[in-house]
Ligand binder design. Sequence first.
Ligand code: NI
Length: 186
Amino acid sequence: MRQRPIPGSSGLLRTMSLLGDPVLHTACEPVVEFGPVLDRLIEDMFATMYGAQGVGLAANQIGVGLQVFVYDCPDDEDVRHLGHIVNPRLVEVGGEEIRGPEGCLSLPGLEAPTVRHDRAVVEGVDAAGEPVRVVATGFFARCLQHECDHLAGAVYADRVTGLSARRLRRAIARAPWAGSVPSARA
Ligand code: NI
């Protein structure tokens, strides 16, 4: 029996798009072509996510405006969830609304309290075009909502309110990477 290769093991580390880069603030397009180019993108996304020690990554975070995200994320019971979803739709949210700390690889070094639902259901397809449905709770549900936001052209900072929003804005202005946005790569 052949073992499945570890996701990302043949992927390339790609440059992370940072807050202010237009690709992060634009809704992504649906994937219409399935095949080696998509497979390669997903591999690169896993490699880049692992390289940055993230738990989720959306395609526009590496500059590709397509509706794909990858994740390797624990839930609140420490169960690991690993996968990718192409053309995801957040079809259901429920449970309590929980204000918890959230960060993003596109705003490195920062986090802020962000309200998310405790339960989320995402439907889409996999790299082969086969339907997938992912039911998530706790931190994993937070991750899925965060990644769906990315594909809609939003970041968690857009959801932070009140004093936390002011604090986050100041922290962004002081961040070492702030001078690089909007990106010179655009
Ligand atoms: Ni993010």
